[in-house]
Design a protein around this ligand. Structure first.
Ligand SMILES: *Cc1c(COP(=O)(O)O)cnc(C)c1O
Length: 501
């Protein structure tokens, strides 16, 4: 970087032009990220970076060069391991190169997503591409948000608007107290649904948890029973939520049966596909998504299976005017004075606001996220994404086969997508009780994290502790999966022999 940054010098006010500032970004990014991530776990040198970073607000800045140096030496090497090929915890991974570059471009010159720009065009186009990729009806239109949490909230905001408007009430304007609402979802639903119900004034307790079958999928007979009982009590069915790829197990709820039950009771049908919706691209499991077209709304998180940097999800609905009524800020002089009017003769980009995304979800200022998803789909195409999804499902099937083949390991649930639930059980001739198996597998998980490159998370299946690797990282190889199975067996044997002695 140019320019002195001696310790006694106070940097003056920034006078760089936009072009000059941007021309220095490549050099700055190269300095900060050019060496790649660290090879250590951040905790290994925690004292070093804590001592270097934890400090009071500086009175005088240290200047650009010295700050870049701190970013490069004290921050980046001690970042997350999410992008490691052996990181299989939860449903999260690091970005690939293209969406990372696109996110940087969005930060630099994307700015707001409205006004007539290339970013604004891609905002809508990438939503449509993502909808088509995931097999959603062409009639659906979307909005971006920061992740599945907000995407579910936006979808349920549409459901609330729909249910109350049908009964002559505008809940966005007048509140929700006039009805007793209920939302139905399986016991395996992501808990952002309860939070969304709370934020939307329906109340977390309005979410009725429907039992699941032995494969972890919503039991539709139970759903129907609950809908009928509530209808008899005068309770308003706002939405039925089905999950296409549950967070814990990757199970796909029976979409057609759940959607039909919702329709019969006049409830909105929402499909949470934050993780699993791209799974429809794998023709070996595509039929499990039968009934998806019944969805009134659906969400998907490109920052899960599509490897976008964290911070992007889409909500799709059939009628965006419903979103507009649910989330409008009401007209504002400071926004709509000129640009809000429809113009045919736009001569300068500020003359048109374009699609009013700012009134169809929760954010006014927002990064243009479409360009990030566009970059992924432009790079890979439908077939490229399909190949990744299939490869991840193959990794899960491979691990499941290795577990089945080893009598000391147990497969707790057949994988539907790319999540595997397994545990070490030890010698079948001397079975352990449930509490001992839970303890052993929690100890095993800790040893995996501390002694191997394999970083799954854990969950419970019918109460039992399960090791839970989730494969969504295109850098993971079959050999790594084999090594993981061997490590579980080896560490399990060691722990079992200590526990047994
Ligand atoms: C991850 C996930 C969410 C929440 O998404 P975030 O992007 O983490 O906010 C919601 N639903 C399901 C099914 C998920 O897997």
């Amino acid at each position: 970087m140019t320019g002195a940054s001696g310790s006694s010098e106070v940097p003056g006010p920034r006078t760089d032009g936009v072009a000059e500032a941007l021309s220095r970004v490549g050099e700055a990014v190269d300095l900060v990220l050019g060496r790649g991530p660290g090879t250590l776990d951040a905790v290994d040198e925690r004292e070093r970076w804590t001592a270097g970073l934890a400090a009071p607000l500086p009175l005088r800045g240290i200047g650009a060069d010295a700050t870049l140096d701190e970013l490069a030496t004290l921050v980046v090497p001690y970042g997350t391991r999410l992008a490691d090929p052996g990181f299989w915890g939860w449903i999260t991974t690091g970005p690939t190169t293209l969406p990372l570059a696109a996110a940087a471009a969005a930060s630099a010159v994307g700015g707001q997503r409205y006004t007539v720009t290339a970013f604004n065009l891609l905002e809508e186009q990438a939503l449509d591409w993502l909808r088509d990729l995931c097999g959603l009806p062409e009639a659906m239109k979307g909005v971006w948000s920061s992740g599945g949490s907000v995407a579910n909230l936006v979808a349920l905001g549409a459901a609330r608007q729909h249910a109350y408007e049908q009964r002559g009430i505008d809940p966005a304007a007048d509140g929700t107290a006039a009805l007793v609402p209920a939302v139905y979802a399986s016991a395996e639903v992501h808990h952002t649904v309860q939070r969304a119900a709370g934020v939307l004034g329906l109340g977390r307790r309005a979410v009725r948890l429907v039992p699941v079958d032995e494969r972890g999928r919503l039991d539709v007979a139970e759903l129907r029973r609950m809908l009928a009982a509530d209808a008899a009590d005068g309770i308003t069915p706002v939405a039925v939520v089905a999950t296409a790829g549950t967070t814990s197990a990757g199970a796909i709820d029976p979409l057609r049966a759940a959607g039909e039950a919702a329709r019969e009771h006049g409830a909105w049908f929402h499909v949470d596909g934050a993780y699993g919706l791209p799974g429809i691209l794998d023709d070996r499991v595509a039929d499990r998504y039968d009934g998806l077209e019944l969805a009134d709304s659906a969400i998907v998180d490109p920052h899960k299976w599509l490897n976008a940097p964290v911070g992007v999800a889409a909500t799709f609905v059939r009628d965006r005017s419903l979103l507009h009524r649910a989330f409008t800020q009401e007209p504002a002089d400071y926004l709509e004075s000129i640009a809000g009017e429809a113009h045919d003769d736009v001569a300068v980009s500020i003359e048109a606001m374009g699609v009013p995304y700012q009134d169809m979800a929760l954010e006014l200022s927002s990064p243009p996220r479409g360009v990030v998803v566009w970059s992924i789909l432009r790079e890979l195409g439908r077939e490229g994404v399909r190949a990744r999804v299939r490869a991840d499902n193959d990794l899960a099937a491979r691990l499941a086969a290795a577990v089945r083949a080893d009598e000391r390991l147990e497969l707790l649930l057949e994988p539907e997508l790319s999540i595997v639930l397994l545990r070490y059980v030890g010698d079948p001739a001397s079975p352990r009780d449930a509490a001992a198996l839970d303890r052993l597998n929690l100890d095993l998980l800790q040893r995996l994290h501390r002694e191997t490159p394999w970083l799954p998370s854990d969950t419970r299946v019918r109460g039992a502790v399960a090791l839970r690797p989730c494969f969504i990282n295109p850098r993971t190889t079959p050999e790594m999966v084999d090594a993981f199975a061997a490590a579980v067996r080896h560490l399990g044997d060691e722990l079992a022999s200590v526990a047994g002695s």
